[in-house]
Unconditional design. Structure first.
Length: 452
């Protein structure tokens, strides 16, 4: 309850600061620019505001706290139209109307409405400034120059809007800010081509008049449908992965959360290595699926308190083969099947192979060392760091090791002994000291196992 109250206070403070900044900048912009309200300007404000309002209320749900609307096309069109009319604040006014979501109005969610309006206003102020610097009045002229100005204006709007809107979304969802920002940036990247269509919408308005604009509802609806299909596909993929992870965790409750932590640590490394969004998504999928083959490994081997025999270890190692075979059968996961194997990770130790398997290998080892397992209690974070560094260049990729340690230290996060979130009731209490790594040859010889 205290955490929810603290989050709500943080959101309200963020809204208050952003609204104050927006009002101040709008007042400055109004004082420094010409904004004569003519009949043509009034009609354009009414028509484009109505379109923006309609687009917002036919938005596409991206997550529990985030809806993506198609009004960016209308906002970009307003850049073109009001540049021709010489009305600098026109896009800002249209953007504020576009922030009026009917559901939020019914719920009287005034802070959310105020934040959305402020974020749109600030983003459009920046976009309008860029567009006006790059164009002349009237806008008729070089088509290429106008296209470049529109592209830069749209990019500016999205580049300012995404970091702003990520703040309350991250707070509301309890997610890390940069993870939320990457998610919203992905949606914006998909929306950018549709934003450029705003140039066509603005040109039609200027050339043929406001009466023709309603005919452009069809392409707007097509754009919305396309974006909705994209989000549905992504949601289906995420659901598939979640189902597979739940199946693994239902089989072995002691590894619950392991796949998600390995994915999180892998993303830390990917961010340090400046991975792009698409490559980061591939890395996350591979990290989440790296152990899926353990569905076929008996629990008594996964949770054996002592050392494995050579035969038992060979049986456990088969989970990698099963993982590859299973992932190859799922179309969208097939490309990452090879990233989940130890062989691929070993090939990347010296930096010559694909780096993704090496990242997952380091993340997996760190989580294994800082989690209590049946054969050993969790090590301290410092010990885990030392072990990773000791194996750098031979067992682990040195760049990945340093990237993970740097990322964790920068975030001031702590894992391992004394910082474990999940505790389990073990049938046999795990020892403080481990039995060694099966992967490094610490096995029970078969003749010894047979004689015991």
């Amino acid at each position: 309850m205290n955490r929810e109250r603290s989050t709500e206070q943080m959101i309200r403070l963020t809204v208050l600061l952003l609204c104050g900044l927006t009002v101040a900048l709008v007042v400055v912009a109004a004082a420094l620019t010409d904004n004569v309200l003519t009949a043509d300007v009034a009609i354009a404000l009414a028509v484009l505001s109505l379109f923006a309002l309609a687009a917002t209320n036919f938005d596409v749900t991206a997550s529990a706290e985030l809806g993506i609307s198609g009004n960016v096309m209308v906002l970009v069109a307003s850049l073109v139209v009001f540049r021709d009319f010489g009305f600098f604040l026109g896009p800002v006014i249209v953007g504020c109307f576009g922030a009026l979501d009917w559901i939020q109005l019914r719920k009287r969610a005034w802070p959310k409405i105020a934040f959305n309006a402020s974020a749109d206003a600030l983003s459009l102020l920046a976009a309008t400034l860029i567009f006006w610097v790059l164009t002349n009045q009237p806008v008729a002229g070089s088509t290429i120059d106008l296209f470049i100005a529109t592209a830069l204006g749209a990019a500016t709007y999205l580049a300012v809007h995404a970091p702003l809107i990520s703040i309350p979304v991250a707070l509301s969802c309890g997610e890390r800010y940069f993870k939320t920002l990457r998610q919203i940036a992905t949606f914006d990247a998909v929306a950018f081509p549709f934003a450029l269509l705003g140039l066509g919408l603005g040109w039609v308005y200027l050339e043929l008049g406001a009466a023709v604009v309603p005919l452009l509802v069809v392409p707007i609806l097509i754009a919305r449908s396309t974006f909705a299909s994209y989000l549905e596909l992504k949601a289906g993929q995420e659901q598939t992965i979640e189902t597979l992870i739940l199946a693994l965790e239902a089989k072995d409750r002691y590894t619950a959360g392991h796949a998600q932590r390995v994915a999180m640590f892998s993303e830390y490394v990917g961010a340090e290595l400046a991975f792009g969004q698409r490559r980061m998504e591939r890395l996350r999928y591979a990290a989440l699926m790296h152990d899926i083959g353990k569905l076929v490994v008996p629990n008594q081997l996964l949770n054996k308190p002592g050392r494995l025999t050579e035969a038992e270890f060979e049986r456990v190692k088969r989970h990698e083969v099963v993982s590859v075979e299973l992932l190859h059968r799922i179309d969208f996961l097939s490309p990452i099947a090879g990233d989940t194997t130890t062989e691929a990770a070993n090939a990347a130790v010296d930096g010559t192979g694909l780096i993704e398997p090496a990242i997952i290998h380091v993340a997996d080892a760190f989580d294994a060392m800082t989690s209590t397992r049946s054969y050993r209690r969790a090590l301290t974070q410092e010990t885990a760091f030392d072990e990773l560094r000791a194996g750098a260049g031979t067992q682990f990729n040195a760049e990945c090791v340093e990237a993970l340690i740097t990322a964790i230290e920068r975030r001031d996060e702590h894992y391992g002994a004394g910082h474990e979130i999940e505790e389990h009731d073990w049938a046999v209490a795990p020892p403080e000291a481990g039995t060694g790594s099966a992967g490094l040859g610490n096995l029970i010889p078969e003749e010894q196992a047979a004689g015991s």
